[in-house]
Design a protein around this ligand. Sequence first.
Ligand SMILES: Nc1nc2c(c(=O)[nH]1)N[C@H]1C(S)=C(S)[C@@H](COP(=O)(O)O)O[C@H]1N2
Ligand SMILES: [Mo]
Length: 550
Amino acid sequence: METPAEPDAGRRRAGWLVGGPVGVLTGGLIGLLAAAVGVAVGEFGAALSAAFGSGAPKAPVVAVGEWAIDLSPVWLKEAAIRNFGSHDKTALLTGVYVTIGVVSVITGIVARRYLHVGTGLAAAFGLLGLIAAVTRPVVGFGSWFPALLAGAATVIALRQLTLWSLQPSVSGPAADPADDAEPAEPAEPARSAAPAERRRFLVTLLGTGAGALVGGFGSRAWLNSRYNVAPARAAVVLPEAATPLPQLPASVHPDVPDLEPFFTPNAQFYRVDTALTVPQVDPKEWMLRIHGMVDRPFAVSFAELLRMPLEEHDLTLTCVSNTIGGPYCGNARWLGAPLAPLLRQAGVQVGADQILSTSFDGMTIGTPVEAVLDGRQAMLAIAMNGQTLPVEHGFPCRMLVPGLYGYVSATKWVVDLELTTFAKNAGFWVGEGWAQQAPVKTASRIDVPGTGATLSAGTIAVAGVAWATHRGVAGVEVQVDKGPWVTADLATADTPDTWRQWSYPWHATPGQHTLTVRCTDGTGTLQTPVIQDTLPDGATGYHSIQVTID
Ligand SMILES: Nc1nc2c(c(=O)[nH]1)N[C@H]1C(S)=C(S)[C@@H](COP(=O)(O)O)O[C@H]1N2
Ligand SMILES: [Mo]
């Protein structure tokens, strides 16, 4: 006869639903708590490794989330960018937590029947966290240690709580359905102790939950404050440009209500990156290495960068993931060090056709050397619209190359430029199926009125933006329904590297109407009407809106 002191036996006797619904509930709760302990210990581990000064501390949950971003197929990444916009990060983390929640509830329930299986499940999940941590581009003690700690804590918490919950003094033999068939007499003495023991168990559960919450959030808060470059960013004194650009005439912006400003305010500027938590790069420690196929490799510090002759440049940045009429395009006045002189200083060797830049968080982006050296204003930017580069946009330094989509040119938090060849190395996105060479395609967009609007007959101001970055915009035309293409009024051009705003006074008659826009770039080439998806090198086709005129 088995004794109650041997929990495995009690468990076997108890059957699938140990203690019925209450047992399942207990199992689920234990699973959830074990996972909470794991997550919290992971956060604590990250804080711990940060405290001991080891770089790049990363909580396992963040590592798993970033891993999920990397692993997700291109269409899913695309869908996430499209549907969540900059909220995709929150959505993803929520997804990670929900998944952990579901898996852990199941694990907890299973563990009450098959402790070894439950343990195995928890260990496997912990292992996933560890794999995620060690496959991040930037790996160190700070990433695998928290994951290992988290996995171990989850397994221990799950086993301890499960074993304890199966003690007859806690689960209560009366609540055990299998007891009807095979009464467990040895449990009798425990029954008298049950209420006290059960209370102790419940208090422990509550305490574990509370401890996990406080410990987890506490560690995260501590980490966030320790790794918060906001104060360092605020302390940066921006130098003047060697030759400051003049203020632009008001005529770069048509006076149409609701049309966005010519320069996109930093807070409204789109954000696209794979960083689940915004990289916090201390400008005091920041260094940019220029090496690889160069004669004289060197490194620049942030202080040195600020002392270089800086230039201002107006540039419209676009994402290859931007669909027709989509929002992933923004225009800013950037301040930074021109990149070409730095490459010349390093002495690019014959045959090097790619600058493979790497960010602090391990993103790699491949840019043609040719594009940087052909006279265009490629730069290492440190400021955006008169403000020190916002942290989300790459503080302390990001790369920018006019005329190329962001994924082949605009490395944020850039720390390394390796001169190499396209044949030898591919940047991250190229490995995901995106084109190696990606000049920005000609695009135009109707922003006002919004599609689906209902307006009164009369003259309606239609307006929007058009860009053909580095080629410039020479003309914009609007088509009403199937009518002829008519010329829109172009606002004053800034540079060929910026978008151009336009407007068109439309004499609207009652009914349903479709408005379409197209533009001609600075080389005289008309925007193509051929509809193409964003993959592999940018969408094409004309943007249309539907409006109802009363
Ligand atoms: N480190 C890093 N830099 C990056 C990316 C990234 O994921 N990580 N995404 C690139 C892409 S795809 C684009 S479109 C631009 C977007 O820059 P923004 O977020 O400042 O608008 O950054 C580029 N630089
Ligand atoms: Mo992008």
